[in-house]
Write a new protein. Sequence first.
Length: 338
Amino acid sequence: MDECKLILMGFGAVGQGVAKAISLKKDMINEKYGITLKVVAAADSSTSAICQDGLDEELLLKTKEETGKLANYSDCGSDKSGIEVLDAVDYDVLIEATPTNIKDAEPAKSLTLKAFADGKDVVTSNKGHLALFYKELIEAKEAAGVDFKFEASVGGAMPIINLCQETLASCGISSIKGILNGTTNYILSRMTTEGMSYENTLAEAQQLGIAETDPTQDVEGIDAACKVVILANSVLGIDATYADVEVRGISDVSLDAINLAKEEGYYVKLIGEVSEKQLKVSPRLVKKNSPFAIDGTLNLANVTTDLADDITVMGKGAGSLETASAMLTDLINIIKNK
């Protein structure tokens, strides 16, 4: 393989981050691995741009920013969307960055299974299809003999899945505990340091773009629970779905409770725990001087192993370019395996 043809499905913040990352790093990848990356199709929620000879990443970004639709990409715009795009062009790897859907996992599930059926590798940042249908997806991937990478689905730029599967391959892992959602960590951190109420802190986070207009997936622990499921399956080999996780968010954490904990030398953090004994997301007390006492939108994971004791990693759990960095790493790993 001297050329890797990509379809980029989903052109929201993460998809645009991937396009930017490819633009920034494709020369380095070509020089280091002898592979030319070529985006042959990109699709937003209702339109696309398709060209077998390759699209310009910067023009994709400019077209989306200025017109709102990839259909307006010069000479290559199309009204095709979803699975239609996968049938419209020859490609090697699907880069799947559509929004997470925890109800039925669409369109990520159908796109991924279609790519597998066509013998294509897939890199995803999506959590919904992994949290709901992990076993089905892995069985389909193995039957097709393709690669399926999803580092970006947990912790954004923070390495955790590849760390556990590859770097810690010699170790038995008994548990993972972590701060797996940057939005809730920001809210709890601000409540602790500034003495702001939950409602006011949430409003601030929304104004800054840290929290969504509808913050339910973050503040009710849904996003973190999805990540718990992915880690349970991919790292500990636990056959679990979202329904197996005990979930409690932060919307009922009062300022009084945070202040009381602070007086006793503790912070309140939303912690996800993965072990054979339990899959759980809930607000918990952590010591002020512990690794979990991190502020802002940072994520953290503590991995308990038999040979290497505890390994702790920390990094940005959100951000379009940060998440894209994990997806590009997965793509490079696929290329290296060929």
